[in-house]
Write a protein that binds this ligand. Structure first.
Ligand code: 6PG
Ligand code: NI
Length: 209
């Protein structure tokens, strides 16, 4: 990608200060133009899956669960961070592979997702426990309003779930609230199809743990 930008320091990678474009095409392997590549392994999701026995057995090999490619921008109001998430297919017990899930530190910040490949859900929740689950399939756009935590879940059997996302650059990530309280719902495989069920540990009032 050619661009003749003078870099704007944001403490991180030099930032392009002139308009630019980049390509997002199947099979989503040539992701140059993205500055950050994060890999999350099963060990990063300790305590999030209901079936701890299966988790403890699987975490020994610490499989790669998902990856995030992000375009860095100054983390200031007015800028947008965007990128793609690739959630690989897999299960822990009957629960599908998923992202950690988070609220934005700045609660009054939204996010938009666009599904490029695969099938799944965006599970969302407020701090009061109101919940929603929007389906992901290619071409589907999902809007996450301010104050809603969000977690992507891949319900595909052998296919990656690939989504493009964008959100305000000053949003920040609050993982701790989800690590403490979990999500109210789980998405599990039952007789070959994805089903949204109550998270029994949430109802137990100790929130998802
Ligand atoms: C964000 C987006 C998105 C998300 C990834 C990985 O706010 O950055 O929601 O990029 O971070 O899908 O999910 P986790 O951040 O929950 O690991
Ligand atoms: Ni987010």
């Amino acid at each position: 990608m050619q661009h003749n930008n003078s870099p704007i320091p944001d403490g991180g990678a030099p930032t392009r200060n002139r308009p630019f474009g980049l390509d997002l095409r199947e099979p989503f392997t040539h992701l140059d133009g993205f500055d950050g590549h994060q890999q999350r392994r099963l060990s990063a999701l300790r305590g999030q899956f209901a079936d701890e026995e299966s988790y403890d057995r699987l975490v020994a090999g610490d499989p790669l669960v998902y990856e995030v490619y992000e375009m860095h921008r100054p983390k200031i109001a007015g800028e947008l961070l965007s990128g793609i998430s690739i959630i690989h297919p897999g299960q822990v017990g009957d629960e599908f592979y998923m992202t950690k899930g988070h609220f934005h530190t700045v609660r009054a910040t939204s996010e938009i997702y666009y599904c490029l490949h695969g099938r799944g859900y965006l599970l969302m929740q407020t701090e009061e426990g109101d919940w929603a689950a929007e389906e992901f399939y290619p071409g589907r756009v999902v809007y996450v309003p301010p104050h809603w935590a969000h977690r992507s879940v891949n319900t595909g059997k052998d296919d990656d779930l690939v989504t493009f996302f964008s959100y305000p650059a000053n949003a920040g990530h609050d993982y701790a609230t989800i690590e403490q309280r979990g999500f109210r719902k789980l998405i599990v495989s039952k007789n070959g199809s994805a089903v949204i069920v109550e998270n029994p540990r949430w109802l137990a009032g100790d929130g998802g743990r």
